[in-house]
Design a protein around this ligand. Structure first.
Ligand code: ZN
Length: 182
């Protein structure tokens, strides 16, 4: 209501422009044929970028997670968007996600004239919720016959966080996920 009020009481051209932008976004946006992230072309900019390592695939729940990891600037591989997590209590089975498509990507493929090599590492970057952990475990279990490395994003303390104020679960993950410094 607030938006509608704002639009009718200010310049109405803003409303028309906004409506057109939303309409264009809806009709031009599709899912990337390789990673299932949002794109306006058949294969998204990340998948088709020559500088990205296509052997390393980061598995996330939703397109917004791709944007978040990209913003961090710390990842040079490509993605796979599941569009959901395994959540039987919410009626969300594996078949409703892009899980089968992930497994099909592992041997490598050709899409839109672009070659995608065999996947050598799956970085499981689903959230640290019960569903996120269950989905990660399921993927790791399903591909254990394949010659592919499975990694899980680190879980622990936020940057600038103090141990004293961390909750027990976070702290226990931080301790068990410790890594060698030298
Ligand atoms: Zn893509």
């Amino acid at each position: 209501m607030r938006i509608a009020y704002h639009l009718v009481t200010t310049d109405e051209r803003i409303g028309t422009t906004l409506a057109r932008a939303i309409d264009e976004a809806l009709s031009n946006t599709a899912l990337c044929q390789v990673c299932f992230s949002l794109t306006e072309v058949e294969v998204c900019q990340i998948c088709s970028h020559p500088g990205r390592d296509r052997r390393v695939v980061c598995v996330v729940e939703k397109p917004a997670d791709v944007i978040a990891i990209e913003r961090s600037g710390g990842f040079g591989g490509v993605y796979h968007v599941l569009h959901g997590l395994w959540s039987p209590l919410k009626g969300m089975g594996f078949e409703k996600t892009k899980m089968a498509e992930l497994f099909r990507r592992i041997p490598g493929a050709e899409v839109s004239g672009m070659g995608f090599p065999r996947v050598e590492e799956l970085v499981l970057a689903t959230g640290t919720t019960v569903e996120g952990d269950a989905t990660a475990l399921y993927i790791a279990h399903s591909v254990k016959e394949e010659n592919v490395a499975i990694t899980r994003i680190a879980q622990g303390l936020p940057k600038g966080g103090e141990l004293e104020y961390a909750d027990e679960v976070t702290l226990s993950h931080a301790i068990s996920g410790r890594r060698t410094l030298r």
